[in-house]
Design a protein around this ligand. Structure first.
Ligand SMILES: O=C(O)CCC(=O)C(=O)O
Length: 232
């Protein structure tokens, strides 16, 4: 599937497919710095054995700055005509011990009954089908998904809600093999998962989540780093 599109077509591509890939937004040097920061945040804040840490921007100025980096915001402007508010972010890694694939899910399972959101998955390593690349079901944001409780043993106790197998059509999956410093912008209604990490190397990503500026919903109060980036 060809995911590169001229800037004038970013919004149309996103509306049709539910995601948009921007390659090479950040340099190798920036990725090395961000990855070192991600490891520090995990070591200082995450519970032992976890592969996910929610709230990186609450404890790290580096990650807070990243949330409104002009390279991210310039693309968000195409996708969020109602304005841009940062909600929260998280670090997710896989390594040679925690190889498990992130299961198929939509992020709206995390925040049912709240306003629509969009996440930006930034790869801090080169990613491919063998080391944990993100995979998506193009166009699946238009479907009504029903989540079920996951078999938590398969997901390191970290991904509680999944799309059941009988709702999936894996033949339509697109594996986002992208260089480090690339970003995947995707709807919180888009089916996505990751490939397992079969490599000996670790794979880090930082994921920021955004929604339209609005009065706080009760759910938003869980995220102290939230702020408005741009009004409509
Ligand atoms: O980085 C990954 O493996 C995907 C993470 C993800 O989809 C999530 O945390 O909701």
């Amino acid at each position: 599937m060809e995911t590169q599109t001229p800037p004038s077509d970013i919004a149309a591509f996103y509306q049709e497919n539910g995601f948009y890939v921007a390659k090479n937004l950040f340099s190798e040097e920036e990725c090395l710095t961000l990855k070192a920061e991600a490891k520090k945040v995990m070591a200082e804040n995450a519970n032992p054995g976890r592969t996910v840490y929610v709230g990186a921007s609450v404890v790290s100025k580096t990650f807070l700055q990243l949330t409104s980096d002009p390279r991210i915001v310039s693309i968000l402007k195409h996708l969020m005509p109602e304005g841009i508010m940062f909600m929260s972010d998280k670090i997710v890694f896989k390594n040679s011990e925690k190889k498990f694939p992130t299961p198929w899910h939509i992020d709206a399972f995390y925040w049912r009954g709240t306003r629509p959101k969009l996440s930006v998955w930034i790869s801090l390593d080169d990613v491919n089908a063998t080391n944990g690349a993100l995979k998506v079901l193009p166009g699946s944001h238009l479907k009504e998904w029903e989540g079920i409780r996951a078999d938590m043993k398969k997901t390191n106790d970290e991904f509680p809600n999944v799309i059941p197998d009988d709702q999936l059509d894996d033949t339509k999956e697109h594996i986002c093999e992208i260089p480090m410093g690339s970003a995947i912008f995707f709807s919180d209604r888009l089916g996505h998962a990751s490939c397992p990490n079969e490599s000996a190397e670790d794979r880090y990503s930082i994921i920021g989540t955004y929604h339209a500026p609005a009065e706080d919903e009760p759910f938003d109060l869980n995220y102290p780093a939230r702020y408005i980036i741009q009004k409509a």
